[in-house]
Every structure is written in structure tokens, then in C-alpha cells.
Design a binder for this molecule. Structure first.
Ligand SMILES: Cc1cc2nc3c(=O)[nH]c(=O)nc-3n(C[C@H](O)[C@H](O)[C@H](O)COP(=O)(O)OP(=O)(O)OC[C@H]3O[C@@H](n4cnc5c(N)ncnc54)[C@H](O)[C@@H]3O)c2cc1C
Length: 552
């Protein structure tokens, strides 16, 4: 089959699967090379919460949310903060095309494949408090029913069908080390056969090489993911505008997210741009049941927790939970410490804490209406309760004094002064009740409760943290969690990889995170969330369709 293969796809994550699906739909033959074993099909997308950015959807409209392509594009551009440099030329064009996809065909494309969406919509990245700046003016985070495994399934099933028909061949434990170039055109790949691995999905596998391979095709699509699994690479590319890189981080993606293909692409002539744009979270907690090295989980917080820096100072507006990820990261790094704290109570924990990841949301992942109902009934969701009991970063105490003592014990340093923390809590609690209040966070909480989804399942009524009826008190130590790579291989709207001089690298395409989700940085400097899976779909689809159209 090798000699006749039309296209080689490097990476069996979501972007690779989408490109393969589109190619096989057009009758093209595809060889998929994947460095992990078959259990890892779908890559990171399997682990994802399945949050999808949609604009002006029926789900939004039913909840009274008024959205439009114009508003979404304004939000996107305000968040991206693109400049005039050449490295923002294609990202800007991708941004316009992607928002138009999210406001148009995206939902029906996914529904046509069998995906369904939950009737409630989340409000992620509520923004930096400015009209023209970063953030979602309205809720746009749609939950795929079945989370990450479902979005993988709808493509994987079709690709497997094509495999049975002889159009697709998967080769696992094949790590591409080189793109083969002849007179400027990519015509194949060379790489290492890795020893067989029986590790379960997500577990770091052996890199022992037991052989070599070489394959040729008319074109190669690189869909190899970002750099977030390699903390050293993240530090080396750390954006200076955010300050120093954290010394201690958690890792939010499996080890296969190793970024190797970026250099390999460069050696073949690819332009790799915006390397210092990335999307890491400030609300990481150590996984008590780790799958990959340094495995951290992101808390998806509602807006009510009191956010304190490592020394017990409350974060200033607009750095409230769930508002402005990059701004908060920059602020926290300037404190000189790698960790911060959420201070909350039982009521907030039960209603407002959710955890990112398919395995942390079994009700949605298993498509179980019965389990889902427990979210409305109250009490902490099972996975949150497990972290409360077993997570190393979670502390529960009856009194604030005991809590602060435990917080200092956890870090092994007396950074927190009880009186200072108490003053912050009392000042905050004084603003609760009545109409008055200059506390922007309380104003934001009240505003969030005006949105029906938030009121029902996401945001507690404002109350005093020291009110014993809402106790006991809870503190959660938060650390920086690596996740997404926003820069990457520069591509045009057909996902063709460009050279530094702007010309096309013939035969080379890139999709998904390795292409900065399109163009080498469709998100610019920030993200509106739920945009990454869709970015894989859009860029993988563009690659597959362009190739299906253009191949001889
Ligand atoms: C816990 C979690 C939650 C998330 N939640 C969301 C969410 O709710 N919404 C959202 O939009 N996004 C979310 N994301 C992000 C999203 O899942 C990823 O950005 C996306 O799935 C990346 O897909 P990809 O195909 O580009 O890369 P990957 O999924 O990383 O796949 C790349 C594949 O290529 C293989 N590969 C790499 N190099 C080579 C090589 N040299 N040779 C052969 N094979 C190679 C890798 O082994 C891997 O299987 C989440 C991610 C995680 C981890």
C-alpha cells in the first residue's frame, strides 16, 4: 500500500483523524503514523471535557443569550490582540474564518456526524473588564454530550470504516523523526519503530527504538500536537511578557505532547511562528490518581472563591476565578511565587467546582442523565468530592485560624499571616447583603446569577464565607498547569505549511495544535475557551478537503 498511499498523516489525535476522515470521504488513501499504541487513538481530545465554542447557537438562544458573528469576532480580536507583524498575517485570517465557522457550519457539521450538545452553556473567560479587551461578552462554551471521547468517536468510527474498506492503514509505535524533502517538496517520512507498549492510554510509554521505517506519499499532514507535555520546552519558550517561567508546574497533557515535530518541520523548511504564545492555567491541582508524569487537573471555577496570592493578598479586579487566565497568570508570577490559593466554603465547593477532563465528568462522558441530575440536586460531584478527600492541595477546616495554619504547613513556609487573611475575608464578607457594594467580585457574582445556567448549576448566592451554615472552610493550593500551545507551523487557509519567505512548502500540511490550531496562532495571545477542539476540526478539515481537491 505504501507506494500507492496518497497522504501520510502524522499523529492520530483529533486533527489527524479529521483530516483522514475528509480524505477518505473523497476516496483518498491514507497512512496514519502514531508514536503511541492503538489505545491512545484520539490523543488529547479523549481526555478533554468536550467544550466547544459556538456562536449564536440554538442552545444559547433558548437560554436568552443574544450572540452574533460580529460580537464574537470583536471578542476574538480583542482577546487575540494581534499586531501588525508578519507573524500575525495568517493567524488573523484564520481567526476571521474560524469565527465565521463557529457561527455557521460548525454545529451542523458535528451534529451531522452524530454529536449532540447539552442544553446549558458555560461562560468561560468572562474577561478583563474592558469592552474591547479579552473575554467572552456572552456564554459560548457548549458541552458536547459524551465529552472528549464522543468527539473522537464520531471521527474514529468513520476512519475505522475506511480502514476496513482498505483506504486507511494505521501504524502504531511509529515515531516520525524526519520529513523527506526533494527539491523543496515533502514526499515522505522517515522514523523509528518504538518497542511495543501495553501501557494504558495516557501513560508515558517507552522510547526504546527497535527499528526504522520510511514511507512515501504525495503529501504529508503533520498533526502531532503541541509542546505542553515537555515542561523544559515550555520554559524555554516562555513568554517574557508574562514574567519569569514558574519553577514548579503541573502537567496538564500526556507525555506524547512533546513538540518534537516543530523542529522536524523547521528542518524541512517550515516557518514556525509565535512560539512564545501558550495557554496555561493558574488553577491546577495535583491529581491524586495520576496517569502521566506530574499530572495536574484544572479546576473550572465558578466566580465566588476568594483568590489569594501566596502571601495572602487578594487578587485585584478583574482577576476573579474564570475571568482572565493570562492576566491572572502574569499577576501571580509577578508575586515571585509559583502558587496561589482559593479560599471558599462547602457551599461554593459543592456548586461551583468542576474539574476539566472527560474522566472527571463521568455523568457527561457516560451520557448519563441520572448521574447528571445529581448536579442540580446539590452536593459536590463525585470527582470533586474525591479531590476534597484525597487531593494533596485540598484543606478543610472548621475555623479560619486552623485553615491558615494548615495552609502554611502544606507549603512548609510561613508565608500567610492569619490576621492578614482574616482582614481580606472580613472585608469581602462586609460587602455581602443589601444592594451596596464596591466589591467588583460580588457585583460579578450577582451579574452571573442573572444568567439562568449559572444560577441553576454554577453560581452560589452571595453569602459570607465565615457564615457557619456554609462551612466548613476550604482552601485549595493552586499551581500553574501546562496545557495548550498557541503558536506553531504557519499555514494558509488550506493548511498548507509556509516557508519563512511566505511561499508554500510543497507537499506539507499541518493541522491542530502543531499549527497553532491554524495559521500558526489563530488565538493570538489569549483564548476564549472551547476553541481548541474546534480548531482541530476546522484546520484538519481544511487540510483534508484541500488535499482531496488538489492531489493528482
Ligand atoms: C484534560 C484536557 C481537557 C481539555 N479540554 C478541552 C475542551 O474542553 N475544549 C477544547 O476545545 N479543548 C480542550 N482541550 C484541548 C484539546 O483536547 C487539544 O488541544 C486537542 O485535542 C489537540 O489535538 P491534536 O490532534 O492537535 O494533538 P494531540 O491530541 O496531541 O495528538 C497528536 C498525536 O500525534 C502523535 N505524535 C506526536 N509526534 C509524533 C511523531 N513524531 N510521530 C508520530 N506520532 C506523533 C501523538 O502521540 C498524538 O497522539 C483539553 C485538553 C486536555 C488535555
Amino acid at each position: 500500500m505504501t507506494a500507492q498511499t496518497d497522504v501520510i498523516v502524522v499523529g492520530a489525535g483529533l486533527a489527524g483523524l479529521v483530516a483522514t476522515y475528509e480524505l477518505t470521504r473523497a476516496g483518498r488513501s491514507v497512512l496514519v503514523l502514531e508514536q503511541e499504541n492503538a489505545d491512545n487513538l484520539g490523543g488529547q481530545a479523549h481526555w478533554s471535557l468536550g467544550g466547544i465554542f459556538l456562536v449564536n447557537s440554538p442552545e444559547q438562544r433558548r437560554l436568552g443569550v443574544r450572540d452574533s458573528a460580529e460580537l464574537a469576532l470583536r471578542d476574538w480580536m480583542g482577546s487575540a490582540a494581534f499586531g501588525d507583524s508578519a507573524s500575525d498575517r495568517w493567524p488573523r485570517r484564520w481567526a476571521e474564518a474560524y469565527v465565521s465557522f463557529a457561527a455557521g457550519e460548525k454545529r451542523e457539521y458535528l451534529r451531522g456526524l452524530g454529536m449532540r450538545f447539552m442544553p446549558f452553556v458555560g461562560w468561560a473567560e468572562r474577561g478583563d473588564g474592558t469592552a474591547g479587551g479579552h473575554g467572552n461578552s456572552v456564554p459560548r462554551f457548549h458541552f458536547g454530550w459524551g465529552t472528549g471521547p464522543e468527539i473522537v468517536r464520531v471521527f474514529a468510527e468513520r476512519v475505522r470504516r475506511a480502514e476496513r474498506e482498505g483506504l486507511v492503514r494505521f501504524e502504531y509505535r511509529r515515531r516520525v523523526d524526519e520529513l523527506l524533502v526533494d527539491r523543496g517538496a515533502v514526499h515522505g517520512v522517515r522514523g523509528s519503530v518504538l518497542e511495543p507498549s501495553a501501557e494504558p492510554r495516557g501513560v508515558a510509554s517507552s522510547r526504546r527504538v527497535v527499528g526504522e521505517f520510511e514511507h512515501h506519499a504525495q503529501a504529508v499532514v503533520v498533526a502531532s500536537g503541541g509542546i505542553g507535555g515537555d515542561q523544559e520546552l515550555v520554559r524555554r519558550n516562555w513568554p517574557r511578557r508574562l514574567g519569569r517561567a514558574p519553577e514548579h508546574m503541573l502537567t496538564g497533557v500526556p507525555a506524547h505532547v512533546d513538540g518534537r515535530m516543530l523542529e522536524i518541520g523547521e528542518r524541512a523548511g517550515a516557518s514556525v511562528i509565535n512560539r512564545d504564545r501558550m495557554w496555561h492555567y493558574t488553577e491546577g491541582v495535583g491529581n491524586w490518581d495520576p496517569v502521566w508524569p506530574d499530572h495536574g487537573i484544572r479546576i473550572l471555577p465558578g466566580p465566588s472563591s476568594l483568590w489569594l496570592d501566596a502571601c495572602g493578598n487578594r487578587l485585584p479586579p478583574p482577576y476573579f476565578p474564570g475571568f482572565d487566565t493570562m492576566g491572572t497568570l502574569r499577576h501571580l508570577l509577578a508575586t515571585g511565587h509559583d502558587h496561589s490559593w482559593f479560599l471558599l466554603d462547602r457551599s461554593i465547593l459543592e456548586k461551583e467546582f468542576a474539574l476539566s477532563g472527560s474522566e472527571q465528568n463521568p455523568d457527561l462522558t457516560d451520557k448519563s442523565p441520572r448521574k447528571l441530575l445529581s448536579r442540580v440536586r446539590g452536593g459536590a460531584p463525585g470527582p470533586v468530592e474525591a479531590f476534597r478527600r484525597r487531593g494533596v492541595d485540598f484543606l478543610v477546616r472548621d475555623t479560619l485560624r486552623d485553615l491558615v495554619t494548615a495552609m502554611n504547613e502544606l507549603t512548609g513556609r510561613r508565608l500567610l499571616d492569619y490576621q492578614r487573611v482574616r482582614d481580606e475575608v472580613l472585608a469581602r464578607d462586609a460587602g455581602v447583603g443589601g444592594m451596596a457594594g464596591k466589591d467588583m467580585q460580588l457585583t460579578a457574582i450577582r451579574a452571573a446569577r442573572g444568567f439562568v445556567s449559572d444560577r441553576l448549576i454554577r453560581v452560589t448566592p452571595p453569602h459570607r464565607l465565615l457564615d457557619p451554615r456554609h462551612g466548613p472552610l476550604v482552601a485549595v493550593r493552586l499551581r500553574v498547569l501546562t496545557r495548550k500551545t498557541l503558536g506553531g507551523m504557519e499555514t494558509n487557509l488550506d493548511s498548507q505549511v509556509l516557508r519563512p519567505d511566505g511561499g508554500v512548502v510543497d507537499g506539507l500540511y499541518a493541522a491542530g495544535e502543531v499549527a497553532g490550531f491554524g495559521g500558526g496562532g489563530v488565538h493570538g495571545h489569549n483564548a476564549l475557551e472551547g476553541t481548541f477542539l474546534g480548531g482541530c476540526v476546522f484546520s484538519g478539515r481544511n487540510a483534508g478537503r484541500a488535499l482531496a481537491r488538489d492531489l493528482g
